[in-house]
Design a binder for this molecule. Structure first.
Ligand code: DGL
Length: 247
């Protein structure tokens, strides 16, 4: 069923990763109502078989739709890789926005012709990642690193300090040593470690975070469908902090 402008926008992720996308969205449209589902009981998704991730993505979508979400942001690269086509086919009237590894902007800006992508095994195994590289990175060397430990650190709230820095160095140093001048954050947990990543990569590589581009895409889709909430619908223009349902 098509939504109404006053309905909420739904977000989900395996945990707190996707909050960076929610925050980017709320910076652009603070007067929208939002619901965020963190599937912490089933976190991490990154090394689960795609069928399991699809089952979780369907269950979370059903929950969000039962709360009348007018648009759903799959704020998780792994769930996007495994499930976005299935979600769109199952709920054709619901607009979905997924995460795309930001390989294209990194390739366009790279001077060394080498970029590093950090993501989960599930994201690297998906069609979206393969196709994005085939399309935009023909003449670029794309180096990859599965950074599972980062997901666990972020879930524990350890986004800085010696353990976080050691985990970041372990993944990032080999990419920098191989000549990568851009580091693409291909998992929504990773922007939570951005200050550490930027510190480690300082002067050697730029960090590419797609959160805001995804938020922009959600805004665009809402506008196209006439689903933008009016600022006045929330009194003084800003809705109170988003309700968060943690499973
Ligand atoms: N935040 C997720 C992603 O963007 C999932 C990480 C995980 O649960 O392994 O891929």
């Amino acid at each position: 069923m098509a939504g109404k402008a006053t309905d909420p926008v739904g977000f989900f992720d395996s945990g707190r990763g996707g909050l960076c996308v929610l925050e980017a969205f709320r910076r652009r449209l603070p007067h929208e109502r939002t619901i965020y589902l963190a599937d912490t009981e089933h976190c991490p998704y990154g090394n689960k078989p795609p069928e399991e991730v699809v089952a979780r993505a369907r269950a979370l979508t059903e929950q969000l739709l039962s709360q009348h979400c007018k648009l759903i942001v799959v704020a998780c690269n792994t769930a996007t890789a495994a499930a976005i086509d299935i979600l769109r086919a199952t709920w054709p009237e619901t607009p979905f926005v997924g995460m795309e590894p930001a390989v294209k902007p990194a390739v366009l800006r790279s001077k060394s012709g080498i970029v590093g992508v950090l993501a989960t095994a599930g994201t690297f195994g998906g069609r979206l990642y393969r196709e994005t590289c085939a399309r935009f990175a023909k003449d670029t060397r794309v180096l990859t690193c599965v950074a599972d430990e980062w997901v666990l650190l972020v879930e524990k709230g350890e986004t800085d300090g010696p353990r976080a820095e050691a985990a970041v160095r372990a993944c990032v140093e080999p990419l920098l040593a191989a000549g990568a001048d851009h580091l693409v954050l291909g998992c929504t947990h990773f922007p939570h470690l951005k200050p550490v990543i930027e510190r480690v990569a300082a002067g050697r590589a730029a960090v590419v975070d797609p959160s805001d581009a995804v938020a922009r895409q959600a805004v665009r889709l809402l506008a196209e469908r006439g689903l933008l909430n009016r600022p006045s619908a929330c009194g003084h223009g800003t809705c109170p902090s988003p309700p968060r349902l943690i499973q």
